[in-house]
Design a protein around this ligand. Structure first.
Ligand code: HEM
Length: 633
């Protein structure tokens, strides 16, 4: 049976307030022993303007989820910032000096090393002296399972990382995990020795929904499916998708148009979730969920299953595995009914697509694409992919989930960050106005929207989706200087890598300018695994380009038409997480129309094999060159 621990739940941004931290030299996070002056904050940042320049001040709200009180004025913030910087510097120095991370080594070590050199096998040495004696020990932190249940997970991991370093062991009663926050060890696990690692706990948790789909699959099944699916996301397909992204984003603009005109606030997180569901449904299996206007049936079923997957990933006891529970629990019955509805729908779509392919005069080639139905499913069937219906369903379901919540989370946190940094928003709008004007984005624009791309790059650094990658060792290995055994559960904390003060200047600051505009697009290779927005190695995301373009198109199309601000009286924006980082209470924003930007010369619109029902906003007109002239509000 799977070992289930709360994998991902993160505390609200506020759960450990800056002020609390400065007042507590030794505190414990609900059972986790933390013997440190702990004051690291997270990007629940506020912007202040001093002397005409903008600076980002990291400020967490208080632990009850309310905004900091009035005493939290600029002066206090400045003092807190200085204290924070001092503490970080002192702690970094201690960590760098090895005070926290160096473990006592066995006095027998020199003897054992000599025996090793003489060729005495490791198993014999282990037998004689015991594993622990032979090798340097990984630093350890201890905690209680309650801490993981009630606390969010990746934030305490960050605190522990500052104390224990790039690799440490976290023990919860009998359960033990290795937490990796070191780029070279991450590279070793994800790329250099990836064959020695499986998806472990993740595969067990996701089995009910993804089966042997690409994300949880391991070994031969994964190899075969990856080889079949990757070619489906070829360049021509992604270029066609730009049109789909534009049209779906336009539907969202329509909603925002109405809200802006009526003066209604909008909850952006759920709107982004619907936008990306509509896009991924069309892109993967040519199904229009139309979730921006429709909330029942299949849409509700998808959300029921998604929530269940997330809840299972944070539940300490797998009660759903108790046989009788499955049948009597109303919740489990609802989940099963939802799964059945989605599976039946997918089966129907597969059958429809098979008929289309049969009727087609098919000439399959490398960049094959059916103009009416450019979906991944159509490609897979047309390629003659020899696959069972169950496997095909698992793959479609995997891509539906992988490509939906991730991009929605990226957009949500990007708009949150932008709302805190008007300087970045202005620069972004300036670029979008000058490159796009009022027309739909094309594939050519993706290269030109450089600052827009950097905004997404930086948002993915501050809010990586997912914040933790999960692996299990399939054989003994050596991580850094530490030998590890087969069967170790490992969390690679992308959050820690992306927030590490050792790896980044002003790590918590939202600064798209840290990525040179004319430099290469940052990725795990050119950043040497300190930046892992889409993972790395053979299991890297297959949808990275798709998702990047999707985010760029949606961002550009929204900011060129509207201004966004956190709504007055909105609940504080705090983090919680399932597979991705969610807000606890949504991202409530006030949307206002922008003054019409200048019209620039148009480019040809890319061809779109997409549903004509995806119309432009009612008030818009489209000319023959693909320009959309927005009605003045
Ligand atoms: C901004 C949006 C996205 C982010 C941040 C993201 C991130 C990731 C990451 C970090 C991984 C690696 C997981 C690991 O190593 O354990 C991954 C894998 C994967 N992603 Fe994405 N993803 C995004 C969008 C998409 C989209 C749109 C699709 C589908 C069209 C997709 C399909 C997949 C699949 C199938 C895998 C598994 C690949 C394998 O194991 O071979 N993702 N994604």
């Amino acid at each position: 049976m799977a070992s289930h621990v709360a994998l991902f739940r993160a505390p609200p941004l506020s759960s450990i307030s800056t002020r609390q931290r400065f007042h507590a030299n030794h505190f414990s996070i609900k059972g986790l022993k933390l013997n440190t002056t702990s004051s690291t904050c997270f990007p629940c940042s506020t912007t202040t303007h001093r002397g005409g320049s903008c600076s980002l001040v990291i400020a967490c709200s208080s632990s009850n989820g309310r905004e900091p009180d009035s005493a939290n004025d600029d002066g206090v913030k400045a003092v807190e910032r200085i204290l924070e910087e001092k503490r970080r510097a002192a702690l970094s120095a201690k960590i760098a000096s090895g005070e926290f991370t160096v473990e006592k080594q066995s006095g027998l070590l020199p003897v054992l090393r000599s025996l090793e050199k003489l060729g005495v096998p490791n198993e014999v040495l282990e037998f004689l002296f015991g594993w622990v004696e032979v090798n340097p020990r990984i630093p350890e932190a201890k905690g209680s399972i309650k801490a993981i249940r009630s606390e969010a997970f990746f934030i305490p991991l960050y605190e522990l990382y500052l104390t224990y370093g790039g690799i440490f062991r976290l023990n919860f009663g009998p359960k033990s995990f290795l937490i990796v926050s070191d780029p070279s060890i991450a590279k070793h696990i994800l790329r250099d020795n990836s064959k020695a690692y499986s998806k472990g706990i993740l595969a067990e948790i996701l089995d009910f929904v993804m089966g042997k789909g690409l994300i949880p699959a391991d070994g031969e099944i994964w190899r075969v499916r990856r080889r079949a699916i990757v070619p489906a996301l070829h360049q021509k397909y992604v270029a066609a998708m730009i049109g789909l992204f534009g049209q779906a984003s336009d539907r969202l603009c329509k909603k925002l148009d109405a809200a802006a005109s009526d003066g209604d606030d909008v909850e952006m997180e759920s709107l982004f979730s619907r936008l990306t569901l509509d896009i991924i449904g069309k892109a993967v299996f040519n199904y229009d969920f139309d979730s921006l206007s429709n909330d029942t049936g299949i849409v509700e079923a998808v959300y029921t299953v998604l929530r269940e997957a997330e809840d299972r990933s944070v539940s300490p006891i797998p009660i759903w595995e108790i046989p009788i529970w499955k049948d009597i629990s109303p919740r489990q019955r609802k989940v099963n009914a939802a799964l059945k509805l989605i599976n039946d729908t997918l089966d129907d779509l597969i059958a429809i697509c098979k008929r289309m392919v049969d009727e087609e005069e098919l000439q399959f080639h490398e960049e094959y694409m059916n103009e009416q139905d450019p979906s991944i499913l159509h490609f897979l069937l047309a390629s003659g992919d020899d696959v069972s219906s169950k496997q095909l369903r698992d793959d479609l379901m995997t891509m539906l989930i992988a490509g939906h919540e991730t991009t929605a989370a990226v957009l949500t946190w990007t708009f949150y960050l932008l709302s805190k940094e008007p300087r970045v928003m202005s620069k972004l709008q300036e670029e979008v106005d000058s490159i796009l004007g009022d027309r739909y984005p094309t594939i050519e624009d993706m290269k030109k929207l450089k600052y827009t791309t950097r905004v997404i790059n930086e948002s993915l650094r501050l809010f990586p989706q997912p914040p933790v990658l999960i692996r299990r060792s399939l054989e003994d290995d050596v991580l850094g200087e530490y030998p590890i055994k087969r069967g170790e559960d490992i969390f690679i904390s992308v959050w820690n890598l992306h927030h590490s003060p050792k790896l980044w200047d002003d790590a918590d600051k939202f600064e798209p300018e840290r990525w040179a505009l004319d430099g290469p697009n940052p990725n795990e290779t050119n950043q040497n695994f300190k930046y892992l927005p889409f993972g790395g190695g053979p299991r890297k995301c297959v949808g990275d380009l798709f998702a990047s373009y999707e985010s760029i198109v949606a961002l550009a199309m929204l900011v060129r038409r509207f201004n966004f601000q956190i709504a007055v009286g909105a609940p504080p924006v705090e983090m919680t997480t399932g597979a991705t980082i969610h807000t606890t209470q949504g991202l409530k924003m006030t949307v206002t129309h922008r003054i019409k930007p200048p019209i620039v010369p148009s480019l040809q619109m890319s061809t779109m094999g997409v549903d004509s029902s995806m119309s432009l906003s009612d008030k818009d007109e489209i000319n023959q060159e693909g320009q959309v002239y927005q009605a003045q509000s």
